[in-house]
Design a protein around this ligand. Structure first.
Ligand code: 5GP
Length: 190
């Protein structure tokens, strides 16, 4: 997606060779025009998959997931990051290791907002090692629902996430694929 690549090159900050900061248009301040285009792009790619719900992870996935949900005209569900276990029969929970914070949180989904008939599109901001996506998949599959696709805004292709998810047979679409952040330069795959 050309607009996204342009914004990454102009406004992205390399924190180190593994982490890119995009706070001015995705993670802290959000660009509505970019999110609108992202929503259309994910819709066009996954529109034949009979998606019934968009699922994302709080908080940076919410803006792109909502724009995607508007295009599909389906609800968006936000997976919560809890710090402790919820002793409640009405939720699915799984542990996820945070890539950027080096902590573990409990990804949480209420049973009220998913059913085994659902075909889910997962949307998230970054793909690194795939832990967040794997956690989301686990909750969705625990509910008996189907993961029909995974849409990522920025994939760091030099990390293991894509391979992990593709090896498990999931359909993955990333809007920007970063080959390298080495030597203080952002290099795209294509
Ligand atoms: P994974 O679970 O795939 O290892 O990491 C994905 C999650 O970690 C994303 O939801 C995102 O919040 C965060 N993340 C991973 N890499 C980066 C990065 O380079 N920059 C930012 N801002 N977040 C990242």
């Amino acid at each position: 997606m050309e607009l996204l690549k342009k914004m990454i090159l102009e406004n992205g900050h390399i924190i180190n060779e593994n982490v890119l900061k995009v706070d001015s248009f995705i993670n802290h301040q959000v660009s509505p025009s970019l999110m609108k285009e992202i929503g259309s792009e994910f819709y066009n790619y996954f529109k034949d998959n009979k998606i019934t719900k968009i699922i994302t992870i709080e908080s940076s996935g919410i803006a792109p997931a909502l724009m995607t949900a508007i295009n599909f005209n389906v609800p968006m569900v936000i997976l919560k990051k809890q710090t402790s276990s919820i002793l409640n029969e009405n939720v699915y929970q799984t542990n996820v290791k945070s890539f950027t914070k080096n902590t573990t949180y409990k990804l949480t989904l209420s049973k009220d907002y998913i059913s085994k008939e659902d075909k889910i599109l997962i949307i998230d901001d970054f793909l690194a090692s795939g832990e967040a996506a794997k956690g989301a998949i686990k909750l969705i599959e625990n509910a008996g629902a189907e993961v029909s696709g995974i849409g990522i805004i920025i994939e760091k292709s030099f990390q293991s996430g894509r391979k992990t998810l593709e090896d498990q047979g999931y359909r993955l679409y990333s809007l920007a694929r970063i080959k390298s952040l080495q030597n203080n330069a952002i290099e795209f795959l294509d």
